[in-house]
Design a protein around this ligand. Structure first.
Ligand code: TPP
Ligand code: MG
Length: 316
């Protein structure tokens, strides 16, 4: 499969999965809040193009795209949203806590910024064991308001850890624009101030993100290159949480979204493929999605006894 076909398959798959999530959400079969990444898919897809299966990824509560791009199991993800026992966190975590250790998706959290030090700690272990692996750490612009962001970056720079930091800058933390929260608009410049080479990509082009991420990841793999910081500008089309739109709330104008919707990366990459190849990809993805929702639908809810398992880690 060509790079364009591979990237399109992932983009289309993530877009369609989330459109289906939004479509069924009002029927209450999904038992968890959903933070959709419609419009932002190309960031995770580009980043994961640079990774190998053995590399690790850490994300946020808005991680459907990262989980799927990293190779997470789709059936287990939809079952998790349905709160079913077959879900990737046994139905206990929901959309905000996606995990697939076998695929290298090490977890996501509802608490802003918390997976940044997790990723750095994991990368410290990778470095001490001299493993030729890379850790991808994805977070939003809002997470850079947290003190732990700076502590984690400093430690990663000091120890020259193999972490690819990737900030998905969609300009908003819930309903508050970056300009109302941060004096300096360039988040990558703050990483540079801590001694981490950094770059910003303005248009969420998945090929540009993949190329930059691949160069950084390959340089740090098993060596002493140290961390890299990529700021990816993007835009959230839907409301912060939930299946609908929120342009009527008054914190942003639809005109701000229009250039991003017009420049949709899913449509752009689709246009690069021959129609028959595109149709084959879309047909296979539609079948996979129908199968995953049917699997979630017919899976059982967890047994009541499961309420008491996985609550605390027992001492080994
Ligand atoms: C420590 C902490 N503070 C506040 C919140 C409430 N909160 C949930 S999402 C969010 C915005 C985060 O924005 P960003 O990191 O840019 O991610 P985005 O939602 O744009 O993907 C906030 C403040 C939280 N969950 N955790
Ligand atoms: Mg944001």
């Amino acid at each position: 499969m060509s790079e364009a076909a591979r990237i399109y398959r992932q983009l289309y798959r993530i877009r369609r999965v989330e459109e289906e999530v939004a479509r069924v959400y009002p029927t209450d079969v999904i038992k968890s809040p959903v933070h959709l990444s419609i419009g932002q898919e190309s960031v995770s897809v580009g980043l994961c193009e640079a990774l190998r299966p053995e590399d690790a990824a850490f994300g946020t509560y808005r991680s459907h795209a990262l989980y799927l791009a990293k190779g997470g199991n789709l059936r287990a993800m939809i079952a998790e949203l349905y709160g079913k026992a077959t879900g990737c966190a046994k139905g206990k975590g929901g959309s905000m806590h996606l995990v697939d250790v076998a695929a290298g998706m090490f977890g996501a959290s509802a608490v802003v910024g918390t997976t940044i030090p997790h990723a750095v700690g994991y990368a410290y272990a990778v470095k001490l064991r001299r493993e030729p692996r890379v850790v991808l750490c994805v977070f939003g612009d809002g997470a850079t308001d947290e003190g732990v962001f700076y502590e984690s970056l400093n430690f990663a720079a000091l120890k020259r850890l193999p972490v690819l930091f990737a900030c998905e800058n969609n300009r908003y933390a819930i309903h508050t624009h970056q300009r109302l929260r941060q004096h300096l608009p360039e988040i990558c410049a703050r990483a540079a101030a801590l001694g981490i080479p950094s770059e910003r990509i303005e248009d969420a082009d998945p090929f540009a993100i993949a190329a930059r991420a691949r160069a950084a990841a390959d340089a740090m793999r098993g060596g002493d290159a140290g961390p890299f910081f990529l700021e990816c500008m993007t835009y959230r089309w839907k409301e912060h949480v939930g299946p609908g739109e929120d342009y009527a709330l008054g914190y942003r104008e639809r005109s701000e979204a229009e250039p991003w919707i017009h420049g949709d990366q899913v449509a752009k990459v689709a246009a690069q493929l021959p129609p028959d190849e595109r149709a084959r990809i879309e047909e296979a993805v539609e079948a996979e999605i129908a199968d995953a929702f049917a699997f979630a639908e017919k899976s059982p809810f967890p047994d009541d006894a499961e309420l008491w398992t996985d609550v605390f880690r027992e001492a080994p």
